[in-house]
Design a protein around this ligand. Structure first.
Ligand code: NI
Length: 252
């Protein structure tokens, strides 16, 4: 039983075989998938996928890379979309000071506005943060939002513990299996397994031994296996606990 807490099946790299791939997921032990939006177009595509497949749910929101083009009317549009049946979170939203594809002032402004939206509709958030760990944390806490997952967590173990203390979840993906994953391994060691969600972020971040290929939810077992090794438990325990945690967070 696997729950992919973060995937991008609206991505064009799935255009050729999306339906074939997705219809086979339950047979591969993947029971739930959250399709995470990155821009306005992917909000609509995610809702479409969720309408089509019973095991797909979706978030709506605009990624920091894309916020440079946002206008107030888009927040109004999100406010309408949020009421659709299988929209279970606001995301992925946050700050990315590594690529800086949107000006930082814009990133902060629209991150705050989308956090407010989550608060208004009492929804959990899916957070993207790169080279902006502390500022992301401060804005989340300031916003009063109390539920969410820090997707593909890249911060310190100390910060991970601060999130966990406040009831947040830490998203762990394929990068845990990479050779240079020391920091992420430490995070997994330090936090309770109950606060970990597993995710693919597909089509990106494919775990070893498939690194370099297109990622999909059927590779979650490689991440669960690695977590099981770190935690000294078995893969079934990891898949069950992370599935329950994700279902609790997204109220599925
Ligand atoms: Ni993502």
């Amino acid at each position: 039983m696997y729950f992919d807490s973060h995937a991008h099946y609206d991505d064009e790299s799935f255009d050729e075989d999306r339906d074939e791939l997705l219809s086979g997921m339950p047979q591969k032990g993947v029971d739930f998938i959250i399709n995470a939006a990155a821009d306005m177009a992917s909000c609509y595509k995610g809702i479409e996928l969720a309408d089509k497949y019973p095991f797909i749910y979706c978030s709506i929101g605009v990624h920091p890379h894309e916020v440079k083009d946002l206008e107030e009317k888009h927040i109004e549009e999100l406010r309408t979309l949020v009421k659709r049946d299988k929209v279970v979170a606001i995301g992925e939203i946050g700050l990315d000071y590594y690529y800086d594809l949107s000006p930082r002032d814009d990133q902060r402004k629209w991150f705050k506005k989308q956090l407010e939206l989550a608060k208004e509709f009492d929804l959990p958030v899916i957070i993207h943060s790169r080279e902006a760990s502390q500022e992301t944390f401060d804005l989340v806490i300031e916003s009063g939002v109390k539920e969410g997952v820090i997707h593909c967590f890249s911060g310190s173990k100390e910060l991970a513990k601060e999130y966990v203390k406040r009831g947040f979840y830490i998203g762990i993906g394929g990068s845990l299996t990479f050779k240079n994953a020391k920091k992420t391994v430490e995070v997994v060691e330090e936090i309770p397994i109950q606060n970990i969600l597993i995710e693919t972020d597909c089509p990106y971040l494919t775990p070893i031994p498939f690194r370099g290929k297109r990622n999909d939810s059927s590779y979650l077992s490689y991440i669960a296996q690695k977590i099981a090794e770190i935690k000294g438990t078995d893969i079934l325990t990891v898949s069950n606990i992370t599935c329950q945690s994700a279902a609790r967070l997204f109220r599925i």
